[in-house]
Design a binder for this molecule. Structure first.
Ligand code: NDP
Ligand code: 2IT
Length: 445
């Protein structure tokens, strides 16, 4: 990295001790900025880099709640309002025991550039809690969400900060959160949360959007090499919202996804994933991947290793950060995998990304390839503001157009800065310059 950029990185590490995921996300963006700063030195003036790596506001709060047995639990809640240059803070809430300030900060930082790439006027934020919804009753999840929103409601609003789902937060949780917000504010501000139910302000296609968008991005990358997903074998990780709808869109485009996973292991189904069964097990029953295998002849459960050990043409990591390391990358490359598109946020380690780029395969960073989810959240906000509701085809056509535009702006930026085909540089440079130009216009704030 250039001296000026390296200094900013060192400051981030010194100021945010022990927050490795945040350091990792910042380093990836700053490294990409070398050619941008070299061409446009004004981006390193007036403390712009120092300002962009510092959240505008960080909120941390106690979340007390009572379980079904009457025992009191105390979790920690977070909301990082990272950057509002382009619009209200926007980004999901993650409920997972691993959540801490560094993880929420890395997610909030990535969200700034991802949201800029969508072109929809949304700033970057993220939140969550170390609460673990697994094994909790609906009543426990409801009481937790009500306690969480009791504090969060002071900080959010349709023009201020608009949370949505992420790991552990889906339609059920957004419902409980919205119910409590409405009660506290005595106001039906539908636009305060996205990922809502269809009967109370939600948008068609929001459920499918992240997974669909990731696969559409992979298809666009393949098209640059005159190829398509038709007939390709795909490894998917995760078995949640993003993974399920990545599998659905891949099947619609004629590909054959053969794996999915959760924290108990991964499933290999050489005949191709039975999507109806997977939805039944995961969305309806909230079960484990073993419940799929017990009902699907020919499928096997592997409890050691990762889906990346299975020979495939395309890999779609859709579970969590740093789930695909250098060894996994080597295994994928050895088996001939030629496309990696991230459905999750930062699932590939820096060493894995280096291996993919050195091999010259198509690799898309999550801030570009998984932007369809937040883009469709912005479409939900647009429908809420207009008190209107689009049909599935209209919403899906808009998502498809946005993903194509994101792909094309990554390609164009990579060319502008001298590394054609480098989607990491393309996404970071295109996202950064949009935010930076507006921050300059707004003055030193
Ligand atoms: P879900 O909670 O619906 O599903 C998460 C899946 O990943 C589950 O199968 C879960 O297994 C698995 N998983 C999560 N953490 C771990 C872990 N530490 N180790 C092993 N497996 C794990 O979440 P989503 O599908 O919504 O999110 C998946 C990824 O996509 C995340 O990185 C998220 O940030 C990203 N993303 C999500 C968007 C959205 O719209 N929902 C938008 C853009 C990105 P288990 O149940 O066993 O924990
Ligand atoms: O990481 C993400 O982009 C999300 N979890 C979705 C955020 C949103 O506001 O829809």
């Amino acid at each position: 990295m250039q001296d000026v950029v390296e200094k900013v990185y060192e400051q981030v590490v010194a100021r945010n001790r022990g927050e490795e995921e945040f350091h990792q996300a910042v380093r990836e963006v700053l490294e990409s900025l070398d050619p941008v700063i070299a061409k446009h030195p004004h981006y390193a003036e007036d403390g712009l880099l120092e300002r962009i790596v510092e959240p505008e506001r960080q909120i941390m709060f106690r979340v007390p709640w009572v379980d079904d047995a009457g025992q009191v639990h105390v979790n920690r809640g977070f909301r990082i309002e990272f950057n509002s240059a382009l619009g209200p803070y926007k980004g999901g809430l993650r409920f997972h025991p691993s959540v801490n300030a560094g993880i929420i900060k890395f997610l909030g930082f990535e969200q700034i550039f991802k949201n800029a790439l969508t072109g929809q006027g949304i700033g970057g934020g993220k939140g969550g809690s170390d609460f673990d919804p697994h094994g909790r009753s609906d009543a426990e999840v409801m009481r937790f969400c009500q306690s969480f929103m009791t504090e969060l409601s002071r900080h959010i609003g349709p023009d201020t900060d608009v949370p949505a789902g992420d790991i552990g937060v889906g339609g059920r949780e957004i419902g409980y959160l919205f119910g409590q917000y409405k009660r506290l504010r005595n106001s039906y501000d539908a636009g305060v949360l996205t990922g809502k139910g269809l009967a109370w302000g939600g948008s068609l296609v929001r459920t499918e959007a992240t997974g669909y968008g990731t696969v559409l991005f992979a298809q666009s990358m393949l098209a640059t090499r005159g190829d398509s997903l038709e007939g390709k074998r795909i490894a998917v990780s995760g078995a949640g919202n993003v993974a399920i709808y990545a599998i659905e869109k891949a099947q619609q485009l004629g590909a054959r996804p053969i794996t999915f996973s959760d924290s108990s292991g991964y499933v290999v189904d050489e005949a191709g994933v039975d999507l109806e069964l997977l939805k039944q097990v995961k969305e309806v029953e909230r079960g484990r991947v073993a419940d799929y295998v017990s009902r699907r002849p020919g499928a096997r459960l592997v409890t050691e290793g990762r889906p990346w050990d299975v020979p495939v043409d395309v890999a779609l990591p859709c579970a969590t950060q740093n789930e695909l390391d250098a060894d996994s990358a080597t295994a994928l490359l050895r088996s001939g995998c030629a496309v990696v598109a991230e459905g999750a946020n930062m699932p590939c380690t820096p060493q894995a990304i280096e291996a993919f780029q050195a091999a010259g395969i198509l690799y898309a960073p999550g801030k570009a390839s998984n932007a369809g989810g937040v883009a469709t959240s912005a479409l939900e906000m647009e429908q809420n503001a207009g008190r209107t509701r689009w049909d599935f085809a209209t919403a899906e056509a808009k998502l498809t157009g946005i993903m194509a535009d994101i792909h094309d702006s990554c390609v164009a930026a990579a060319e502008t800065y001298g590394r054609p085909g480098d989607y990491v540089l393309g996404a970071n440079a295109a996202g950064f310059t949009q935010v930076a130009d507006v921050m300059i216009a707004h003055g030193i704030v």
